[in-house]
Design a protein. Structure first.
Ligand code: UDP
Ligand code: MG
Length: 311
C-alpha cells in the first residue's frame, strides 16, 4: 500500500487550524488504498497555533508537527516538510483552505492514471483576493517566464502532489534560498497539470504582505536567472552607443558650427543623470547576486526545528 503525507505550513493560523484539520481529516478518512498522515509545520507562530497543533497531535497520532524556533518563512517550512516526509507521495497545501483539501483524492487519481511524478495545480480562478494580488501574481508568473532560463507553468502555486523520485531529487538541492515550485518544475520527470478554482481564505488574513511577496519574487528571479545581469550589460552597451553618437554629434557640431559650446548645460546634466542611473542600476544588480552568494557561502541552516511531535 502506498503512503501519502499532507504537508501544511502554518504561520499565525489560529483562526483556521481547526477547520483545516477537520476538513483534511474528513478527506483522508475517505481515502482508501493509501496510508495517510499530516505534517504540520508551525513556522514560529506568535499566536495560539502552536498549542492548537500540539493538542491535535496529542489525540491524533496520524498528525506530525514540526515547530520552528522562529519564523523562517513559507518556503523553508515546506522544505522542512519535504525533508521529513518518508511517504511515497506528498501533497503540499496551504493551511488557509484556499486550496480545497477535497481535491486531494482527485490528485491521487490523476497521479495513478497518468503514472505522473508531479501533479501541479493550476489556478483557473482566484476568489476573494484583491485586484492588486491577482495583478501582481499575473505579472509575476509571466515575467518570470520571460526572465528565467527555465520555463514554468503559469498561475501555479506550491499546491501539488509529488512522488518519492521528485522528493529524493529535491533533497539534493543544497541552495538555501528555495523557490520550491521552480525547483520541482526544474527537476523534470512526468508532470501533469490539474485545473481548479482557488477559494477565498477561510479566515484570518494573508501572511504574505508586500514585503514578503517582493522577497519571494526576488528569490525566484535571482536563483533561476542570470538574465538581469545580461540585461544590465545590454543597458550599459546601449548607453555607450548613445554616448558615442552624442560625442560625434558634438565634435561635428563644433567643427561645422551647428552647435554652440556654451549652451551645453542641459545636455551635460542629462548625460550625467542617465549614465549615473545606468551605473547605479547595474551595480545594484551585481550587488543582488553578490548578496545571495554571501548568503549561500555562509551555509547557515535553512530552518531550525525546536521540537517535533509524533516523529
Ligand atoms: N506561511 C508560513 N510562513 C510565513 C508565511 C506564510 O508558513 O512566513 C504559510 C501560511 O500559514 C499559509 C501559507 O504559508 O498556510 C500561505 O500563506 P498565505 O495564505 O498567507 O499567502 P497567500 O495565499 O495570501 O499568498
Ligand atoms: Mg492563502
Amino acid at each position: 500500500m502506498q503512503s501519502v503525507s499532507i504537508i501544511v505550513p502554518c504561520y499565525n493560523e489560529e483562526a483556521v487550524i481547526h477547520e483545516s484539520y477537520s476538513r483534511l481529516k474528513r478527506v483522508l478518512d475517505g481515502i482508501t488504498g493509501y496510508s495517510t498522515e499530516i505534517i504540520f509545520i508551525n513556522d514560529g507562530s506568535k499566536d495560539r497555533t502552536a498549542e492548537m497543533l500540539s493538542a491535535i497531535a496529542e489525540q491524533d497520532k496520524q498528525v506530525k508537527v514540526l515547530h520552528f524556533s522562529r519564523n523562517f518563512g513559507h518556503q523553508p517550512a515546506v522544505t522542512a516538510g519535504i525533508h521529513r516526509c518518508q511517504s511515497d507521495l506528498a501533497v503540499i497545501i496551504d493551511a488557509d483552505l484556499q486550496d480545497p483539501p477535497e481535491l486531494i483524492p482527485e490528485l491521487l487519481a490523476v497521479q495513478q492514471r497518468e503514472q505522473a511524478n508531479v501533479v501541479y495545480c493550476v489556478r483557473e480562478k482566484r476568489k476573494g483576493e484583491s485586484f492588486f494580488k491577482k495583478l501582481t501574481a499575473r505579472v509575476f508568473y509571466r515575467s518570470m517566464n520571460y526572465l528565467s532560463e527555465v520555463k514554468f507553468p503559469v498561475d501555479t502555486g506550491d499546491f501539488r502532489l509529488i512522488d518519492r523520485a521528485v522528493m529524493n531529487e529535491f533533497c539534493k538541492f543544497k541552495e538555501k534560498g528555495k523557490y520550491i515550485r521552480g525547483i520541482i518544475s526544474w527537476v523534470g520527470f512526468k508532470q501533469v497539470p490539474f485545473y481548479y478554482k482557488r477559494d477565498a481564505r477561510f479566515a484570518g488574513e494573508t501572511k504574505y504582505p508586500l514585503r514578503k511577496m517582493l522577497n519571494f519574487a526576488s528569490t525566484a528571479l535571482l536563483y533561476f536567472s542570470t538574465k538581469p545581469l545580461k540585461l544590465s550589460t545590454s543597458l550599459g552597451f546601449i548607453a555607450v552607443l548613445l554616448g558615442i553618437v552624442y560625442a560625434i554629434w558634438t565634435v561635428l557640431g563644433k567643427l561645422m558650427g551647428f552647435t554652440h559650446a556654451i549652451s551645453g548645460w542641459s545636455s551635460i546634466i542629462i548625460l550625467v543623470v542617465f549614465f549615473g542611473g545606468v551605473q547605479l542600476l547595474t551595480i545594484g544588480v551585481l550587488g543582488q547576486y553578490i548578496g545571495i552568494l554571501f548568503d549561500e557561502v555562509k551555509d547557515r541552516p535553512e530552518y531550525i526545528i525546536e521540537k517535533s511531535e509524533n516523529c
